[in-house]
Design a protein around this ligand. Structure first.
Ligand code: DP6
Length: 372
């Protein structure tokens, strides 16, 4: 009984002091993963404890927006208790990001204690322009989590089953950035405990592709870069503003209701019901920002114009084209592959001119991370 409980606890935290390398096993090598960004349709907004969500979220895994990360390791030259890490972002040193990765590695040291036996070099780059305003934390943190799990498996052979590997990678990614835990799975992923999905958890995401109608495996997401650059209020700050938010409890209830509607829409292939949830969630996210104890606005005037144009196009043509928003001004235009020839000319002529330098990124439902 006692042993089972210890095992359960270990499964919960993945902390494992035994993952220390014998001196003779220390060697040099590298691991490389490409991991995508994702777009939450039902949003994670509000957290507590160790990166635990206040409500479950469900996202579309993207394809062309990804981070590629190489983790090089070598036996440590100078012993020490802290992580030994250097980092190159797009070929250049990047102090801010290096600090964030170091913090993340410190946090996951009890899970991967062998990290402190090695000199680590991270080389990372994004497929999207780094000033594009696309949040890179989901792709970046999931790529790092995958590299650490691969390293563990190479050294100790402990993660050879895909399901076990993915779950641990998702758990670890969550500690880097909540939304990152959903990037581990192809097409669709759910993070957060809900009675709607057996096996769902606040600790890691679970795959949803099999519970989704094929039409949603072809979903396009054209990302309008309405305004590039760093946003004034980070997602982390936004999450903390939910703590004293007057609408917090109502929001968490609404998110659960929207999740229920979304799961049904995804299962049955109901594009209209899907779009309704996507748009209400996007607008609710931004209305939470505008009604926060210290209010702020992340939409730009062109975001609103783009929304109006999507609504007008849908009304005129009847085509199932919808939008979503992340915590920023860039509009995500969502539609199934079947109507791409009708939608692209609309995006090119009516939406692209609203973008900075007329740039938009063409993305779609993706197959998930890949080891390179
Ligand atoms: C609006 O995952 O970036 O994109 O856990 O603090 O790193 P941290 O936050 P983050 O928040 C994402 C917020 C969101 C919605 C979502 O992706 O679910």
């Amino acid at each position: 009984m006692a042993r089972i409980e210890i095992q359960k606890k270990q499964d919960m935290t993945y902390e494992n002091p035994k993952l220390i390398l014998a001196h003779s096993a220390l060697r040099e090598g590298s691991i490389m993963w490409k991991s995508p960004s994702n777009l939450a349709i039902v949003k994670y907004w509000g957290k507590h404890g160790q990166q635990l969500p206040k409500n479950p979220s469900l996202s579309l895994t993207l394809d062309t927006s990804f981070t590629q990360t190489k983790l090089h390791y070598a036996p440590r030259k100078v012993a020490g208790q802290d992580i030994s890490l250097s980092l190159l972002f797009e070929g250049q040193p990047h102090e801010g990001f290096a600090q964030r990765v170091k913090q993340f590695f410190r946090k996951i040291l009890p899970i991967f204690p062998f990290l402190k036996q090695l000199d680590l070099t991270v080389e990372t780059q994004n497929s999207f322009p780094h000033s594009s305003g696309i949040a890179s934390s989901a792709s970046a943190m999931s790529a790092l989590a995958l590299c650490c799990c691969s390293m563990e498996d190479e050294f100790f052979g402990t993660l050879d089953e895909d399901e076990v590997f993915d779950r641990k990678a998702s758990y670890v990614a969550r500690l880097g950035s909540g939304s990152a835990c959903r990037s581990i799975y192809p097409y669709w992923a759910l993070w957060g405990e809900t009675g709607e999905v057996p096996g769902s958890s606040n600790l890691y995401a679970v795959p949803m592709a099999e519970a989704v109608h094929p039409v949603f495996h072809t979903l396009h997401d054209d990302i309008l870069i309405i305004r590039s650059g760093t946003k004034q209020v980070s997602s982390s700050a936004g999450h903390s503003l939910m703590q004293n938010h007057p609408f917090a409890e109502v929001r968490y209830q609404q998110a659960r209701k929207n999740l229920y509607e979304l799961i049904n829409a995804l299962r049955t292939g109901d594009l209209e019901a899907f779009g309704k949830v996507a748009e209400k969630e996007a607008l609710m996210l931004h209305s939470l920002m505008m009604s926060a104890p210290s209010p702020y606005i992340l939409m730009a005037p062109h975001t609103i114009t783009a929304i109006e144009r999507v609504w007008a196009f849908r009304k005129e043509t009847g085509h199932p084209v919808f939008f979503s928003l992340d915590a920023g001004p860039n509009l995500h235009v969502l539609y199934p592959e079947t109507i791409i020839h009708e939608v692209r000319p609309f995006v090119d002529t009516q939406l692209a001119p609203l973008c900075e330098e007329s740039i938009y990124l063409q993305d779609w439902a993706g197959e998930g991370p890949e080891q390179l």
